[in-house]
Design a protein around this ligand. Structure first.
Ligand SMILES: NC(=O)c1ccc[n+]([C@@H]2O[C@H](COP(=O)([O-])OP(=O)(O)OC[C@H]3O[C@@H](n4cnc5c(N)ncnc54)[C@H](OP(=O)(O)O)[C@@H]3O)[C@@H](O)[C@H]2O)c1
Length: 250
């Protein structure tokens, strides 16, 4: 599909779900992948699976939730690696109704899902500008496109990412660096496991999603590969919904 031979991709939240599928898809197109998550054992298992598929893989276990620490980890990685592609994908969720939502939880979710993405992405943008080339991709969400109960911090952080790609496309436009976001709809992963078990939710989903089904991580990974490719050179500042039509339906 898209050749990424000779390129290195750094993917946060890559031990499972969308991040893992993206690492695999990027790797199968020829990229070396540096995968990140908190749990080192799970990350090691993911590395083994990727290596069995012939993908050169490096595990970088750390928690991205503190932006200063996350950037310090990145600096270490950049001492020995040139990064061409960044997928800022790890995120946290806390579901609670707006009126009871603790401010501390709001701050925590904004820090992981927005501030850390900004800090890591900005650090890598400097590196990519120096190299004259780069691809930055953030995992947003369709919850940033339309409101949904109980996800006030998450959806606001994701909306920040959607705004960030527009803003940064202007700032990085003449530097050879593109910046785009993917906005998944409902994708079957551990993140949505509870919703998937909820039969009422699944029947709502079948009514609301034109394709009447859950998406899978590979659906999202394909779009990541496209944004990462040379072929997408003239595409920047965009958010692509991958949602079986949900965001297009009234
Ligand atoms: N699934 C959906 O329906 C859906 C819809 C819209 C958007 N998204 C977005 O898609 C992205 C991936 O979600 P997913 O569904 O693939 O989730 P997932 O299957 O739960 O995977 C999350 C990954 O992120 C890692 N992670 C979580 N917190 C981290 C942290 N603080 N630092 C480093 N790594 C961390 C996890 O490993 P550890 O636990 O070991 O750290 C895991 O590898 C998220 O940004 C999510 O908001 C998902």
């Amino acid at each position: 599909m898209f050749k990424l031979t000779g390129q290195t991709a750094f993917i946060t939240g890559a031990s499972r779900g969308i991040g893992f599928a993206a690492a695999k898809a990027l790797g199968l197109q020829g990229a070396k992948v540096i995968i990140n998550a908190r749990n080192p054992e799970n990350l090691q298992q993911a590395k083994q699976v990727l290596e069995q598929a012939g993908i050169e893989t490096i595990a970088a276990p750390f928690d991205i939730s503190n932006p200063h620490e996350a950037v310090a980890h990145l600096e270490k990685i950049l001492e020995t690696h040139k990064i061409d592609i960044f997928l800022g994908n790890a995120a946290s969720q806390h579901r609670q109704n707006l009126l009871d939502y603790p401010l501390e939880k709001f701050e925590e979710i904004i820090q992981v899902n927005l501030t850390s993405q900004w800090a890591m992405g900005r650090h890598l943008a400097r590196h990519m500008v120096e190299n004259g080339h780069g691809r930055i991709i953030f995992t947003g969400s369709i919850t940033a496109l339309s409101g949904r109960k109980d996800v006030t911090a998450y959806s606001i952080a994701k909306a920040g990412l959607h705004a960030m790609v527009k803003q940064w496309s202007v700032e990085l436009g003449n530097a050879g660096v593109t910046i785009n976001a993917i906005a998944p709809g409902y994708i079957a992963t551990e993140f949505t496991e509870k919703l998937k078990q909820d039969t009422e939710f699944t029947s709502w989903l079948h009514q609301r999603v034109p394709q009447q089904k859950w998406g899978n991580p590979e659906n999202v990974a394909a779009a990541v590969c496209f944004f990462a490719s040379r072929e997408a050179d003239f595409i920047t500042g965009q958010t692509l919904a991958i949602d079986g039509g949900l965001s297009s339906a009234l």
